[in-house]
Design a protein around this ligand. Structure first.
Ligand code: MG
Length: 467
């Protein structure tokens, strides 16, 4: 379905950015002196229970553990969706993927033959920060369209280096898909490695991909510049097929998945060390999180959601609640934050840190996290929508979560309509084991109203995943 007058809306979007650009001279001058650097370290398919500080017993993550000890562990932090493309669209735009056409019932994510992507109407974190004088770099998995008009360079990033979609795509002859992911070889996946719009290697040597992303990130951080920077480091790991460099092969008690996570931990260690070494740590916010939960159909090659139910693709907690750490020495006090937050909140939070106004010409789904981060108050967020593709299956408000529909992430053909809906106290029962619907019909009625209000706010737009 198409939105009316897409062209006009696209122009409005550009005008909005253009207007911000015209007004940005003062902001750019200010940015040079006071605005913080921002790094988002985004893992792929990592589960809630996959790092030491979130309870994994046999994966060693000393750098992330230290980061959490010095910074903040966020225990109710959600991705915008339970699969890659919609989750990333939500993070980078601050809007639920249904608003940008970046989710679909027919195709769950974008594929290499997809003609669609994140349209120019959408304003990204990078384009906002760039207008405020930031240097912007995207390293790693993009997955918001691999046609030139959708790539990071077209969406506010000065520089791009990475595999533009999932590392299990562009399959060539060989074992069937599942076997190829369980026993991977580089040649089974003919994925490109790009530098800006150019393909520089194909198939990408994924054995060294985590290492090379890290080297690119360090190079970017080390560049002498007189303005702040935004680094979006979206690692291709720990998405199957799993690869790691020689230094990490066969080292973890948790097998190859553990090797991969331990290399990601090393990557974060390199980045934090570089920030400390250069003194940039005092003026840099670093956020660690993941795009969706573990892909459990890949058995031991998939991660673990720990005590949470379900995994990637599902609207149970394990599909969308992510292990998350915020770090900014001297600015953020060490604590554990249990309040609800979402990757959707990063857009308004970064706008706030850069002294920018969130555009007023469209609906945003995030809230500024500054009060929570800085310990000065509460966030305005108390609702989480859990969508499977285009449909909201579950809603959380405060302590409670209602499932109107349920379905496994992968494997179960059809959803089950829950009638009456399932109700859990998600703080008392984070594993979603004990249905208390009978005790609280009034909570379910309230959730229905919240869902109806949300649905009424959604405008149909052209679907980008089905093109
Ligand atoms: Mg993913």
């Amino acid at each position: 379905m198409k939105i009316l007058n897409t062209g006009m809306i696209a122009m409005t979007g550009l005008l909005s950015v253009g207007t911000a650009s015209q007004q940005s001279a003062i902001a750019m001058e200010k940015a040079k002196t006071s605005n913080p650097n921002i790094i988002v370290f985004f893992c792929d398919d990592m589960g809630y229970g996959d790092i030491g500080t979130f309870g994994h017993p046999t994966i060693r993550t000393p750098n992330l553990d230290r980061m959490a000890e010095e910074g903040q562990r966020w225990t109710s932090f959600y991705a915008a969706a339970p699969v890659c493309t919609p989750s990333r669209a939500g993070l980078i735009t601050g809007r639920l993927p249904i608003r940008s056409g970046m989710c679909s019932e027919k195709k769950r994510v974008l594929f290499p033959d997809s003609k669609g992507g994140l349209i120019p109407y959408e304003i990204t974190i990078a384009s906002m920060l760039k207008n405020a004088g930031y240097s912007t770099t995207c390293i790693g998995k993009w997955h918001l369209g691999d046609q030139p008009q959708f790539l990071p360079n077209a969406h506010g990033f000065d520089y791009y280096f990475g595999i533009p979609y999932s590392n299990d795509m562009d399959r060539v002859d060989g074992p069937d898909y599942h076997d190829a992911c369980m026993h991977p070889k580089i040649d089974y996946f003919n994925v490109p490695l790009m530098r800006n719009p150019e393909v520089i290697e194909r198939p990408a040597d994924q054995n060294t991909i985590t290492k090379r992303y890290t080297e690119e990130a360090i190079k970017f951080i080390s560049q002498k510049r007189d303005n702040p920077f935004f680094l979006y480091l979206a690692h291709s790991m720990a998405h199957v097929p799993l690869f790691r460099s020689k230094d990490f092969a066969n080292k973890s008690l948790r097998g190859i998945y553990g090797d991969v996570v331990e290399e990601l931990d090393w990557s974060m260690g390199e980045i934090l060390d570089k920030l400390r070494e250069t003194g940039l740590d005092k003026n840099t916010l670093v956020i660690f999180t993941s795009d969706n939960g573990p892909w459990t159909i890949f058995n031991e090659n998939g991660g673990s959601a720990g005590l949470l139910k379900g995994g990637k693709g599902s609207t149970y907690e394990g599909g969308m609640r992510e292990p998350t750490i915020f770090w900014w020495p001297g600015k953020l006090k060490h604590t554990v934050i249990m309040d609800c937050a979402s990757t959707l909140d990063l857009f308004p939070t970064f706008c706030s840190l850069a002294d920018l106004k969130v555009p007023s010409d469209r609906i945003y789904d995030g809230y500024d996290l500054s009060p929570l981060m800085f310990g000065t108050g509460k966030s305005k967020r108390d609702v989480i929508f859990y969508s499977r593709d285009t449909e909201v299956f579950a809603v959380r408000k405060g302590d409670y979560k209602v499932h109107f529909k349920t379905q496994d992430g992968y494997g179960q053909d059809k959803p089950v309509i829950e009638n009456p809906p399932l109700l859990y106290n998600i703080n008392v029962d984070p594993s979603e084991k004990y249905n208390i619907a009978e005790k609280h019909p009034e909570v379910i009625a309230e959730m229905r109203k919240i869902l109806e209000r949300h649905q009424a706010s959604v405008v149909q737009v052209e679907n980008q995943l089905e093109k």
